[in-house]
Design a protein around this ligand. Structure first.
Ligand SMILES: Cc1ncc(C[n+]2csc(CCOP(=O)(O)OP(=O)(O)O)c2C)c(N)n1
Ligand SMILES: [Mg+2]
Length: 325
């Protein structure tokens, strides 16, 4: 393990954890409106997989996508400002938490509709394949999304045309309050790959190194034109589905079981044990991440709201009230 990579992985995960913590605090203070879906517990999935990707690869995610944007390189200021609905946000303040977008970094968005990511991902992959660019697509989705019709349609097409997509299932065991065995006839999502004749694999999504390695292999496979890969990462979300959900449908014991495998602590122990990083370096990375998050909150707070909310609305305004109002 290179020291630089170890630093990177730890920094990404500690930034992710702290960013989401700050977002929760800002939400409770009324600074963030609408829904807010947070990622603590799942950090190893986005960090491990995105650190295996190249800058030219496309990324398509869900409404639980703040960390994907951050790891892709969208500045924390631009992500937090978007959560605040400010003009300096990465979607100009029009999108909010569920609709982050960063074309420069080929981050093709957060999508609020469950299953919406699949067709977007295969569209980008089809383009890459037609133009022989060598770029791949990382398509994120939840365990619940695997039961949407778009999952079947998109995986079928991707396999048929051997599109360069890695479908990354963030299996956190729940679709809002419904546990996977109560929403899926086949709870081992990776096994569904065989229905399309594609590679399917399950990996420990609480282990950033395992996710990194599995994604590297998957990307090498899809880039060779051997067809898409379905990679299931088994993980867990520590918080409720969104800020509006306290997760009362699951036991504290279950939560504790997964927190015992916490991806940050696990990597920290590994990095120290292997001598990749010193305790002081890890503390310094924690401090740097906290500073970046504090600055992001301050930036969002002092940023203005968008001035022209109708700018990208392609209809003539209706005169609903008469008198040109
Ligand atoms: C088409 C559609 N149906 C229902 C919803 C409401 N909904 C929002 S999130 C969600 C659960 C999705 O669970 P999962 O795919 O496991 O993702 P997770 O939230 O666990 O990351 C549902 C049903 C929606 N947004 N879109
Ligand atoms: Mg889920």
């Amino acid at each position: 393990m290179q020291r630089d990579l170890a630093r990177r992985l730890y920094y990404d995960m500690t930034l992710a954890r702290r960013f989401e913590q700050a977002a929760a605090e800002q939400y409770t203070q009324g600074k963030i409106a609408g829904f807010l879906h947070l990622y603590p517990g799942e950090e190893a999935v986005a960090v491990g997989s995105l650190r295996a990707a190249d800058p030219g690869d496309y990324v398509v995610s869900t409404y639980r996508e703040h960390v994907h944007a951050l790891v892709r390189g969208t500045p924390p200021e631009a992500v937090m400002a978007e959560l605040f609905g400010r003009a300096t946000g990465c979607s100009g303040g029009y999108g909010g938490s569920m609709h982050l977008f960063d074309a420069e970094r080929r981050f093709l968005g957060g999508y609020a509709i469950v299953g919406e990511t699949f067709p977007v991902a295969i569209g980008a992959a089809y383009w890459a394949r037609m133009n022989d660019t060598g770029d791949a697509v990382l398509c994120y989705f939840g365990d619940g999304a695997a039961n949407q019709g778009t999952f079947h349609e998109s995986l079928n097409m991707a396999a048929l045309w051997k599109l360069p997509v890695v479908f990354i299932c963030e299996n956190n065991h729940y679709q809002i309050g419904t546990e996977i065995h109560r929403h899926s006839a086949l709870a081992e999502i990776y096994k569904r790959a065989c229905a399309y004749g594609m590679e399917g694999r399950r990996v420990d999504g609480m282990d950033v190194l395992a996710v990194l390695e599995a994604t590297r292999e998957a990307l090498a496979h899809v880039r060779q034109g051997l067809g898409p890969v379905l990679l299931e990462c088994e993980t867990y979300r520590y918080r409720g589905h969104s800020m509006a959900d306290h997760g009362a449908y699951r036991s504290q014991l279950e939560l504790a079981e997964f927190q015992a495998k916490d991806p940050l602590r696990r990597f920290r122990e590994k990095a120290l044990g292997e001598g990749w990083l010193e305790p002081s370096e890890l503390d310094e990375l924690d401090a740097q991440a906290q500073k970046a998050v504090d600055e992001a909150v301050a930036f969002a707070d002092r940023s203005p709201p968008p001035t022209d909310l109708h700018k990208d609305v392609y209809v003539e305004p209706l005169d609903l009230y008469g008198g040109g109002r």
